[in-house]
Design a protein around this ligand. Structure first.
Ligand code: CP3
Length: 345
């Protein structure tokens, strides 16, 4: 079976004259059609759990731009919710969760085999999408990595330095390790169901991996990724996996080898030339244009886009941003980025 879709070819290690392209948070508030559908749903979580509307917003950026991949519309915090945490979003601020800081909080969580009751609408969205997408478009499923998800469950919200999670890790390792274990097992089951429903690739978001230093990085970023990837590969050997240990810096080196990931997604704090020499040597990379260019546009956008395409031209590459597009981005700048990537061959 040869992969025809451009994203799957890159993930299989093929160097292509024009890199395939998609964008983190491509379905989002910078698009007027997203805002309209979100208003129809009522709020963000209702949108995530409404399979028809979640399908619609996933398709919107594909219709508008013809990206090479669609990413399932959902959120990394749905898994903690399925495990029994309370979750809500405060407009203009972000997520809030009930906090877990001790054994009693851990004991109150549901067992992993009960998560699907909550997550079934998400699998339905995946099934809808695998029917609705154009045949050349790859469907990407995703989950948060245990460390990143744990930082939200422990603090009850997003934090600048992940202080509460670091404190629990250092002061009550038994509870912290048990939470990491539950999340590791939950992530495997959640992603496995997405793959069974039709996700062709899965991506692991470790947005706060960069705050894990030294041995902590190996233990709480690499080791969970290695376990999740090994188990998914044993169940679904043909499904490629993209890992995003954001702001890993020097730790990007060897990450694919250490974890078994087919592709490492790069944030924009590493230079493309450096990453080509040290990370792309091990296989496919994804990234890494600063999302601020989607706000500022112009010559700067064109110059940086070309620089990234050229730096990664001698190996497998999927073009993307270094982090999600922001609500203040101009939709025309997204088109300019795509045109610039596709003009270079
Ligand atoms: O990329 C995509 O288009 C797919 C959908 C997706 C969302 N969140 C939708 C979303 C994905 C892959 C995520 C991942 C996610 N969610 C991460 C990891 C990636 C990253 O950005 O670092 C994290 C940390 C979260 C948790 C989360 N969800 C936060 C902190 C917020 C609030 C910040 C914000 O942008 O409002 C969200 C909300 C969220 N998730 C929105 C979207 C489209 C905005 C919700 C809205 O419409 O108001």
């Amino acid at each position: 079976m040869t992969a025809q879709k451009t994203i799957l070819r890159a993930l299989a290690g093929e160097t292509q004259p024009t890199p395939p392209i998609w964008m983190m948070r491509q379905a989002g508030r910078y698009l007027p059609e997203y805002k309209a559908t979100r208003a129809e749903a009522g709020d963000f979580l209702s949108l995530c759990y409404n399979s028809d509307l979640a399908t619609e917003v996933t398709l919107q950026p594909i219709r508008r731009y013809g990206f090479d991949a669609a990413i399932l519309f959902a959120d990394i915090l749905l898994l903690p919710q399925a495990l029994g945490a309370d979750l809500w979003f405060v407009t203009g601020e972000g997520p809030r969760l009930s906090t877990i800081t001790d054994q009693a909080g851990l004991d109150a969580l549901r067992p992993v085999d009960e998560i699907h009751e909550t997550l079934n609408p998400i699998y339905q969205t995946v099934r809808n999408l695998s029917k609705a997408l154009p045949q050349e478009t790859t469907l990407i499923g995703f989950a948060g990595m245990p460390w990143t998800v744990a930082t939200y469950m422990i603090a009850g919200q997003g934090t600048k330095d992940q202080g509460p999670a670091h404190a629990l890790k250092d002061e009550n390792p038994a509870v912290f390790d048990a939470l990491m274990e539950r999340l590791t097992e939950g992530t495997i089951e959640y992603l496995s169901k997405q793959i069974e429903a039709g996700a062709e690739v899965v991506k692991l978001f470790d947005s706060w991996a960069g705050s894990l230093k030294g041995a902590d990085f190996d233990r709480y970023a690499i080791e969970p990724a290695r376990r999740i990837i090994a188990e998914l590969k044993s169940r679904h050997p043909a499904t490629p996996i993209i890992a995003f240990p954001r702001e890993a810096g020097e730790k990007y080196i060897g990450f694919a080898r250490a974890t078994g990931a087919d592709c490492v997604a790069l944030d924009n704090s590493v230079s493309p030339d450096w990453a080509a020499a040290h990370v792309q040597v091990d296989g496919c990379v994804q990234g890494n244009l600063a999302s601020s260019h989607m706000v500022t546009g112009g010559e700067g956008l064109v110059r940086e886009t070309r620089k990234i395409v050229e730096a990664f031209a001698n190996g497998p590459h999927i073009f993307n941003l270094g982090h999600g597009i922001t609500p203040d981005a101009d939709p025309d700048n997204v088109q300019l980025m795509i045109d610039t990537v596709r003009a270079q061959r």
